[in-house]
Ligand binder design. Structure first.
Ligand SMILES: [Zn+2]
Length: 224
């Protein structure tokens, strides 16, 4: 990996954090973004306002070996570095992780309810639902384990009484899924407020998987 590609990856983390604000899915500095770069994880720094964040403040952590938390950089990594690290380590197809506390995802996470197949877009998250991980204190190894479990065969999950996590092959796709998940949570919430949403069948969702493959990736020419 050249300096140039690392510089680009670092800048894309800063850009993604600012894009979370622009998309309205971030709350304060609670959102964070990581990218796999070579054998390392690049991750947004802890408690840094996005306007003050620069590519140089992005922290770098080795993905090999044990979860030690040793990092390179002038700023501490996000307090949620553990679940970013564990997801990148155990999911080789994942190139980026986005975490935030958007209102509707977090409201459903407070109810500790999964999002069911109430819209065909559920398919972009890998299955018939988006699960809600059990509760553990933020920043802990226990929360990292719960997130990995809830994300099995999925590309997004809710975190009980906390927020959401979205995965992508690259940072654009992870961010796209994060924004789509908040939209879906908002729609589900609105439908539940007036009745019982109809839930799509396995066959109906299966029919959408192929059509949605590759959505949200910068490298693909398809719709976003
Ligand atoms: Zn959080």
């Amino acid at each position: 990996m050249s300096e140039t590609t690392e510089a680009r990856a670092r800048k894309s983390i800063v850009d993604a954090c600012r894009a979370m604000n622009a998309a309205g899915i971030n709350q304060g500095t609670s959102g964070n973004v990581s990218i796999r770069h070579g054998g390392r994880m690049l991750i947004s720094p802890s408690a840094t306002p996005y306007d003050a964040m620069t590519p140089e403040t992005v922290a770098s952590i080795d993905l090999a070996g044990e979860m030690t938390g040793d990092w390179d950089g002038p700023s501490r990594p996000s307090t949620e570095w553990r679940f970013h690290w564990l997801l990148l380590k155990h999911r080789p197809e994942v190139g980026a992780v986005v975490h935030a506390h958007p209102t509707y995802c977090t409201a459903l996470a407070m109810l500790r309810q999964p999002i069911p197949a109430c819209h065909y877009m559920i398919a972009i998250f890998g299955g018939m639902d988006v699960r809600c991980a059990g509760y553990a204190t933020f920043g802990t190894p226990e929360l990292a384990d719960l997130a990995v479990e809830a994300l099995e065969d999925r590309t997004a999950c809710l975190l009980a009484n906390h927020g959401m996590v979205a995965l992508g092959g690259d940072v654009d796709q992870a961010l796209w899924r994060a924004v789509e998940l908040e939209a879906l949570a908002r729609q589900y919430h609105a439908a539940k407020a007036v009745g019982d949403p109809a839930i799509l069948s396995v066959e109906e969702i299966d029919a959408t998987f192929g059509m949605l493959a590759g959505y949200g990736r910068q490298a693909d020419a398809g719709p976003r």
